[in-house]
Write a protein that binds this ligand. Sequence first.
Ligand SMILES: *Cc1c(COP(=O)(O)O)cnc(C)c1O
Length: 423
Amino acid sequence: MHHFQYKDGTLHAEDVPLTDIAAEVGTPFYCYSTATLERHYRVFAEAFEGTDTLVCYSVKANSNLAVIKTLGDLGSGADIVSEGELRRALAAGIPPERIVFSGVGKQAQELAFALETGIHQFNVESEPELELLSQIASNMGKEAAIALRVNPDVDAKTHEKITTGKAENKFGISWLQAPRVYARAAALPGIKVAGVDVHIGSQLTDLAPFEEAFTRVASMVEELRAAGHDITRLDLGGGLGIPYRGTNDVPPPPADYAAMVKRTVGHLGCQLMFEPGRMIAGNAGILVVNVIFEKHGEDRSFLIIDGAMNDLIRPTLYDAYHDIQPVTETAPDEARLTYDIVGPICETGDFFAKGRTLSAQKPGDLLAVMSAGAYGAVQASTYNTRPLVPEVMVNGSQFTVIRPRPSYDVMLEQDRLPDWLTN
Ligand SMILES: *Cc1c(COP(=O)(O)O)cnc(C)c1O
């Protein structure tokens, strides 16, 4: 469910016509719906009402301060993977005791900063990281609450680039090594073993892989408790998928996910932590682009648009499907054409959709690339010296630019000429 709907023939974000935003901001731009962000957070959090739960929004999905603060104001915590994201979460007002630090390559200064801040938990992914954290924490006279991210070796059955819980993936500590690494952690100064962490992948559209992983984790908790560890927290990661193809792929509703969680790990009495990213932000954002040319080739027609792979790389990187809707509603009897929808970048991989059937589009028409709120703007670059795509947030009938499009002057100012070229 999201709040991008046609009203009087024009696609709106909540109560704002996208044509109004395009007129003011120019294209391309990302547009986020506050009501949709809030709804998704609430649906997830409410599914766990009555249990000791900490929902830590995965900041990497969409890290604009306005997005983080919208969720933080509802009680969300933050799952962060870098010092930069930690600084964003803090700047957005997320209290440190609701922040968890994930990631395979945390560096010494990042760990020190997080310890200084007093975050809730470090999700440790290797023995060297554990040793580094112990050393830094004990030097600082602090104690780091940790969970080990265990790799349950289950197949999440999602795209290979977003599968993280198989033995061959770089993530987490292998199932067989985990008991030994827990024993080591318990003996290290500055470390307090608090929980077990698992995250098997992203865009999961079936509960079975989660259930398999969580069942394994539950037996791991029992084994660790029997070995004398005080396991009080379970971080079950993120990964719930979203419908990218309208009603054709329907991921499990949060209520079913919650029922499965309670069934598999509820008896352990742990604080339950979650790190949803895509499920919160994905359908709360769209990318609005403008048609530059309609080009008819030998065997296909192209719509060349002003958005490109540098603005939204998901189709190129993950073979992702994004629904594309004309901002002007198509009349029921209007003729349809089949297009490849491509950007201006000098790469064959620069496309948003292939063989897509739409009403006839002409230069100046606006298109909305749906479900672009997660892993969209955060992965944008300036390739081809294209300015970073701006972000707009809508709330009811209001909208505001939450990250402006940089000017060419600002972009060029970043480069420095060495002395030997200027003398
Ligand atoms: C990316 C990531 C998430 C969020 O995944 P979603 O599929 O967006 O919910 C959560 N936890 C970790 C450790 C991650 O790397």
